[in-house]
Design a protein around this ligand. Structure first.
Ligand SMILES: Cc1ncc(COP(=O)(O)O)c(C=O)c1O
Length: 489
């Protein structure tokens, strides 16, 4: 049994399967109202006043409160069980920022982004960030690029998808055609937010299968799935599965050809959750952004390679025309009249301030240095992993600083899940998962190299991976594992 499984079982015993989200990482939580409802969280007795119990109800609001220092210590102690974020190689999301950025985050913790009248300067910084991104993504001066911050790429993708749907519906209505069967074309490797978009907004998700030769959307695959009901094609710049960049310009050219042949005009959205903060700095010759006329909108996660702690995303449309008027709401109950387009009303302003901090702190040159260091480390790590023996690379870190690897066909008895469990024992979180549908017989491990993953840490990871592999190979060979030596004092 792996370490992860053991952890899950321990939680299952404590919380019970029926507690729904309390088991494992599932974020939907069931109401606990059976025999476990009286469970308590115990804390260290020296924190309780004399005569008080050192127990708190686990699932109910305590009748009385406690001193702030005690509450802090109780929560702090429990959180020791969370993993070490810097060693979490599963996440794309920023796990390190400079102390000055943390100070700004702290100073702005009370600012609500929607309250632009109360916090005009935060709103000004948001506007500057949108402009910097429009510029970075080659928005043309002849058009009026328009964008907004969001809570992350998922919300940004929802907004991009809604604009595509609304515009398609308007076009169809004007043409007197039916509007009841919209579809969105994308690779089967898209992040789950796109499947959510389709389900929540009643759009057919046309997932183009991936293959052993091509792990992402191709131009031919995209065009073959389009018809007059296609609201758009999503191209991903930096596939979540293996970091690959989808060929945006090629897909656009194939859609130009489709339009010339059939009259069907399909717009594109680029999901640059990670890549829109990497390609502009490291691959200036790669044409993927508003230089491609078919690209109507682009999203990115400020909290991924934008280098901000979780809670900020961005979406920019190439032109105000690409953004239907009836999706924009004007609210005046916070003061002046504010046009907004977003799924949330209130949301934190601090991350937007932190994004602006990064932009002026690093500048273009600083982002080049950070992303290049990540890519160099990812490519170095990928080659080291390939050299260990039992693995073959699915990608090599040369697009996003992310790579995936699998067990070689001639490696038997060791799975990617064993390796992932073994690394957890050393403190590293390296997820193992199946590739998208049609390739889901292939299990892979993925390593995301982020700012702060130094070459030194990467070398330690390789050493630990080697230890894990050797242990698994010994187990597989059936050789008696040498008995652990006890300590001699
Ligand atoms: C390609 C892609 N799109 C969208 C998302 C969702 O982004 P967020 O976590 O910022 O909501 C991710 C997250 O990993 C992603 O990789």
């Amino acid at each position: 049994m792996g370490a992860h499984q053991r952890g899950t079982d321990r939680r299952a015993a404590l919380y019970g399967e029926r507690a729904g989200g309390s088991v494992g990482p599932m974020p939907l939580h069931g109401h606990v109202h059976d025999e476990r409802a009286d469970d308590v969280v115990s804390f260290r007795p020296q924190f309780a006043d004399s005569g008080e119990t050192a127990d708190l109800p686990r699932f109910r609001l305590p009748d009385q409160g406690m001193a702030p220092d005690t509450a802090y210590q109780v929560v702090h102690d429990e959180l020791m069980l969370d993993g070490n974020a810097r060693l979490n190689l599963a996440t794309f999301v920023t796990t390190w920022m400079e102390p000055q950025a943390r100070t700004l985050l702290d100073e702005c913790a009370d600012k609500n982004m929607v309250d632009k009248d109360e916090y005009p300067q935060t709103a000004e910084l948001e506007m500057r960030c949108v402009n910097m991104l429009a510029d970075l993504w080659s928005a043309s001066e002849a058009e009026r690029a328009t964008g907004t911050s969001t809570t992350g790429s998922s919300e940004a993708c929802m907004l991009g998808g809604m604009a595509l749907k609304w515009r398609w519906r308007d076009r169809r209505r004007k043409a007197g055609a039916s509007t009841d069967r919209p579809n969105l074309v994308m690779g089967a490797n898209v992040q789950v937010c796109w499947e959510k978009f389709c389900r929540y907004w009643d759009v057919e998700a046309r997932l183009v299968p991936v293959s052993a030769d091509c792990s992402h959307l191709s131009a031919e695959g995209a065009v073959a799935h389009c018809d007059e009901n296609t609201i758009g094609v999503v191209a991903v710049l930096g596939s979540t599965f293996d970091g690959a960049f989808e060929p945006v310009a090629e897909i656009a050219a194939a859609l130009d050809d489709l339009q010339a042949r059939t009259g069907i005009d399909v717009p594109m959205h680029v999901d640059g959750a990670s890549g829109a903060f990497v390609a502009p700095f490291l691959d200036p010759d790669l044409v993927w952004d508003f230089r491609v006329p078919r690209v109507q909108s682009i999203n990115a996660s400020g909290h991924k390679y934008g280098l901000v702690y979780p809670g900020v995303g961005w979406v920019v449309w190439r032109d105000r025309e690409a953004l239907p008027e009836d999706l924009v709401f004007d609210v005046d109950y916070l003061g002046g009249s504010m046009p907004t387009f977003g799924l949330n009303f209130s949301r934190p302003g601090a991350q937007i301030v932190a994004q602006y901090y990064n932009f002026i702190r690093l500048g273009f040159d600083g982002y080049v240095r950070v992303q290049q260091a990540c890519r160099d480390t990812a490519m170095w790590l990928a080659q080291e992993v390939a050299g260990l023996g039992p693995f073959s690379l699915v990608s090599d870190g040369s697009a996003l600083p992310v790579f995936a690897f699998r067990m070689r066909d001639d490696t038997s008895g060791i799975t990617v899940f064993d390796v992932s469990d073994g690394l957890r024992f050393h403190g590293w979180q390296v997820p193992a998962y199946k590739m998208p549908p049609d390739q889901d017989h292939v299990g892979v491990l993925r390593i995301v190299v982020r700012n702060g993953m130094s070459r030194n840490l990467a070398e330690l990871l390789v050493a630990d991976l080697r230890t894990v592999v050797e242990g698994l190979e010994r187990r597989q060979a059936g050789s008696a594992t040498p008995h652990r030596q006890g300590f001699h004092h």
